[in-house]
Design a protein around this ligand. Structure first.
Ligand code: ZN
Length: 351
């Protein structure tokens, strides 16, 4: 293994959700101590070179029920629509958790609002959190919550998770399945996209239906981004992107963050952690062919998915980097995939 650790900026994790759901239970742990459970804490992030990422605030359909996490993808109750006030309240809990990490870290963890802040934090060994909402149920149709959350530091929104809301419809966790599973943007959804463009909030297309994807592609003035999705040609999950979608992402100078979830990576879609890292490398190689060197990045889904046992957690990132090297990816390309592509696209988005 190489001596120098490659800095990583990652497109998606559910660490805030894990901490909120485990608070006050025997599963509660400190973010500042090295744990054996979960995927991300500060000591392990440092070991892995994880210097920053989009930190998702996701409100599960059963957010008031701790038995629901990690949830059963075959139970329809886990995909039921949720109400705005409940989602906003739960989002506040996750945002508060991020604020608490920042405050308790005494300068070691920051909520970054611009790419300049991310770069400065990463250069000085601090962890940069960019706040993201996965499934915009917390945002009301008048966009009051959007304005307030933006002021608090929100910089990225996935209009939908894998369920319907007032903005659009999401894809189910279906396999094998086309992502063309439902309707596209509503009028309120179109307004959300326009507002995000204007404010410089990134729009994340992971989880949206194919119709919704094309609606955003036709409307958004910013690069198209799927923060944590893979290539449908290699793993035909509804959560992955077709070649046509990849072409549109390339044309917009957007990117795709590679998702480490085994069921979105393996060609058989199985929930089997005994999956070689090379499967992720194959997605990277395929995406590079489709998107070019500027269009591929990382979108781990740490703390929200089942990752290959060989990777184990965020401290295992150097093993993924090593697998990229073994495939013949050069150091320049690896640095682009690991962080630079994300930072450039966020910059072009207005951060
Ligand atoms: Zn997700």
């Amino acid at each position: 293994m190489s001596d120098s650790i490659i800095p990583v900026f990652d497109g998606h994790n559910d660490t805030l959700l894990r901490h909120v759901m485990n608070e006050g239970t025997p599963k509660q742990v400190s973010f500042f101590e090295e744990n054996t459970t979960g995927h991300i804490d500060l000591p392990r992030a440092r070991k892995g070179g994880f210097g920053g990422g989009l930190f998702a605030m996701f409100t599960p359909s059963k957010y008031d029920d701790q038995s629901g996490i990690p949830f059963d993808p075959n139970d329809p109750a886990n995909f039921a629509p949720i109400d705005q006030p409940g989602a906003l309240n739960f989002t506040n809990q996750m945002f508060a958790m991020a604020c608490k990490f920042e405050r308790e870290s005494r300068g070691e963890v920051i909520i970054a609002r611009t790419v300049a802040e991310v770069r400065a934090a990463m250069a000085s060994g601090k962890l940069a959190m960019v706040m993201h909402i996965e499934g915009a149920e917390a945002i009301d149709a008048n966009f009051y919550a959007l304005e307030v959350l933006y002021a608090a530091g929100l910089r990225s929104i996935g209009p939908v998770w894998s369920r319907e809301n007032i903005f659009a419809d999401g894809v189910p966790m279906a396999f094998p399945s086309s992502p063309d599973t439902g309707s596209g943007l509503t009028d309120t959804g179109r307004e959300l996209i326009r507002n995000c463009n204007e404010m410089g909030v990134m729009i994340d297309l992971s989880h949206i239906t194919e119709k919704g994807f094309w609606d955003v592609a036709g409307l958004s003035t910013k690069p198209l981004v799927a923060s944590h999705s893979n290539a449908h040609a290699l793993c035909p999950s509804a959560r992955n992107l077709t070649d046509k979608q990849l072409d549109a992402i390339r044309e917009s100078q957007g990117l795709v963050g590679i998702n480490y979830h085994v069921a979105f990576s393996r060609e058989d879609g199985r929930h089997d952690v005994d999956t070689e890292l090379d499967v992720l490398v194959q997605h990277a190689a395929y995406l590079l062919e489709k998107l070019g060197e500027e269009g591929v990045a990382l979108g781990s889904d740490f703390d929200g998915c089942l990752i290959p046992a060989e990777l184990k957690d965020v401290a295992g990132l150097p093993r993924l980097i090593e697998a990229f090297r073994a495939r013949g990816f050069g150091e320049n390309l690896i640095r682009k995939i690991a962080s630079e592509n994300w930072l450039n696209v966020l910059e072009h988005t207005g951060l």
